[in-house]
Design a protein. Structure first.
Length: 650
């Protein structure tokens, strides 16, 4: 058989051309280098097609004549190689399974302390596999300090043959995050003396499961606590129920008393101001006195609202039932708002159905109050057009007479989503800093409570920019006095115009006027005052001018930005709550360089009635430089101006 090999090359026995080319190139390389090599090869039998594996020792030689020869000693290792391939396939399958399950794998040579891991192990812990030292010390350093003793005790127990290792513990990632893992393993190989040689295992990230378990435990604990608190609360409610009504009444009575105490000196302020206006005053003094009178009247109106609200809350408000002239009552309401109606060039109408009696028996005072609230609101929120009041009887009302009043306007209207808030105390449709209309938000709430107190009901129909109709119904009785005999019939419709035939548009913000400019004294600053309230604007302007500064006054943030785009100033005094654009938004846009402003870094000083805790910080956070609270204190105003002068080097 050996003779059959003489004179033949590998191609005669192997049909695989790539294998033959490898053999030839390998032998040529060995002969060129003239070095002995151990080569692992595979070869396909030409007769059977079976692939066999060899470990070959190839040694180059020279014969006696110096010719190159090569000695090849081949050892058939097919069985060993096939076993190795099966093991690799099995390992690849296991690795795939572990990858699918998301578990990390570790292999620990106990004697050397070397610990090898798969990529998932490093990924779970946020580690770079290339930077691992693969040591037991490294693994130990990743354990949470509080859990390390328990982990090592469990590992040692497994090494001693107590059983497989399984432990839940925390490990630390390089980013500082703690994760919970379920770590499992067992000794798979021991030395002849029984000592552990090799331990393998896997671990899985169970952070989500542990978090859920902790939440469940906390929820159970909270439930137990809440259950106990509920039992205690029920008992407390039983104990407090007896006193709740009296406590609420006492609170409301206190508020009523305080409102009354405030109202008393306010009457003195307003009365003395009126006396002052009747005396000989300069034009400037008269202007200041009128400002005091207007401010006092506004404050008194707020106090009256609070007083009425507190009386209703305390159950102290009683209805005085009298005979009264219904048409005369509506005339009184009209007279109270006539000045504002003429200022806004509106038309006012009164309409009476023919069957409405002129004299009725009911609460004249509270009926007037409700009508005045509704009519004043209608005038307040109407810039052009008309306001009308209609009186009619509710048909088929059981038990006597029921009047229905409708106050209709052509004003700004109300969005349907805002209507439910209208009759709630202290609620306003627009509560933003840039809201155009002031007020306490008590008028409609008081009206609803008064109507309810009179056994009636109140409501509204409205749409944005389409006007509003507020209505209320209250039962009354026929007149019981001789006034009823003096009834005078009136026409079905009685329009009472109080304006020019063609109303002209009014400004969207009340009391907004053209910018006011004054000159500065030598050394004075050029200041921009942004204030929507005419009285506050006049007060601040007067104070600043008396200090020798030039003041340009505008009514809201947008006018301020327009002014700052055309002129340069030394500083800005900025109110916070204004119509069109409030001071916060204006300052933010100024700092951003919006609207083409010339000085985005100009000093801005808040001059605002927002004087609660945190308001100063809010002003500074939006980009303002300083803060002066209202009522204005002259020393603090001078201090703020001195800071501006220092910054300007003056």
């Amino acid at each position: 058989m050996a003779e059959g090999l003489v004179g033949k090359d590998d191609g005669a026995f192997n049909p695989n051309r790539e294998q033959v080319a490898f053999f030839l190139e390998n032998i040529q390389g060995i002969m060129r280098r003239f070095e002995t090599e151990v080569v692992f090869e595979e070869s396909t039998d030409v007769a059977t097609g079976q692939v066999r594996y060899f470990q070959s020792i190839k040694k180059p030689l020279r014969d006696a004549d110096g010719n190159l020869q090569i000695l090849v000693i081949a050892n058939d290792i097919t069985q060993v190689r096939e076993a190795q391939l099966r093991a690799e396939a099995s390992e690849a399958q296991l690795s795939h399974v572990l990858k699918v399950t998301g578990e990390g794998v570790w292999d620990w040579e106990v004697a050397t302390g070397v610990v090898r891991h798969n990529a998932r192990w490093a990924e779970v812990l946020g580690l770079d596999p290339a930077q691992l030292s693969n040591s037991m010390e490294e693994f130990s350093s990743l354990l949470h300090p509080d859990d390390k003793p328990g982990v090592m005790a469990a590992v040692n127990a497994c090494l001693e043959g107590v059983g497989p290792y399984s432990h839940e513990h925390r490990m630390l990632r390089p980013d500082g995050r703690e994760i919970w893992v379920l770590d499992r393993g067992d000794v798979v190989e021991r030395n002849a003396d029984g000592s552990p040689k090799r331990m393998v295992g896997s671990f899985a990230d169970i952070s989500a499961r542990r978090a859920a378990e902790q939440q469940l435990i906390e929820a159970r604990t909270r439930a137990e606590v809440l259950n106990e608190e509920m039992v205690q609360t029920l008992q407390l409610v039983r104990d407090m129920a007896r006193d709740a009504t009296d406590a609420n009444r006492a609170k409301s009575e206190f508020l009523a008393n305080m409102s009354h105490e405030i109202r008393t000196p306010m009457n003195g302020i307003i009365g003395m101001t009126q006396l002052l206006l009747d005396s000989a005053l300069t034009e400037e003094q008269r202007s200041f006195a009128k400002a005091i009178e207007a401010s006092g009247e506004g404050l008194l109106s707020i106090v009256n609202d609070i007083l009425d609200f507190s009386k209703i809350e305390a159950g102290k408000l009683e209805l005085e039932l009298v005979d009264f002239d219904l048409r005369q009552l509506l005339d009184e309401v009209e007279n109270l708002v006539s000045v504002r109606i003429r200022e806004k060039r509106l038309v006012f109408h009164q309409y009476f159905d023919a069957d409405v009696p002129r004299v009725v028996h009911g609460s004249q005072q509270r009926l007037r109050q409700v009508l005045l609230n509704l009519v004043a609101n209608a005038v307040k929120f109407t810039h052009r057009g008309s306001v009308s009041v209609t009186a009619r009887l509710v048909p088929d009302f059981p038990g006597g007479l029921c009047l229905r009043f409708e106050v209709q306007d052509t004003g700004i209207g109300i969005s349907p989503g805002d209507i439910p808030r209208l009759f709630q105390p202290f609620q306003q449709v627009d509560a933003s800093n840039s809201r155009q209309f002031g007020g306490t938000g008590l008028g409609l709430s008081i009206s609803k409570r008064l109507v309810t107190l009179m056994s009636g009901q109140i409501g509204v129909t409205s749409a944005r920019n389409q006007g509003s109709t507020f209505w209320f119904e209250v039962p009354v009785e026929p007149a019981q006095s001789e006034l009823a005999e003096d009834r005078v019939e009136m026409p079905l419709s009685m329009p009472l115009p109080v304006a020019v035939p063609h109303p002209v548009p009014v400004a969207e913000a009340a009391d907004v006027v053209a910018p006011v400019v004054s000159a500065a004294a030598p050394g004075g600053l050029q200041l921009l005052l942004v204030e929507d309230n005419a009285i506050n604007q006049a007060l601040a302007r007067a104070l600043l001018q008396r200090m020798g500064h030039a003041v340009t006054a505008v009514a809201h943030g947008k006018e301020a930005l327009d002014m700052l785009a055309s002129r340069r100033f030394d500083a800005v005094f900025m109110d916070c709550q204004m119509p069109v654009m409030d001071g916060f938004d204006a300052t933010r846009q100024l700092r951003a360089g919006g609207h083409g402003v010339l000085q985005p870094d100009i000093p801005v000083i808040a001059m605002t009635a927002n004087a609660m805790v945190g308001d100063r910080e809010r002003c500074l956070a939006c980009g303002m430089n300083d803060y002066v609270a209202k009522p204005i204190k002259v020393p603090l105003l001078k201090e703020a101006l001195d800071k501006v002068k220092v910054a300007l080097g003056r």
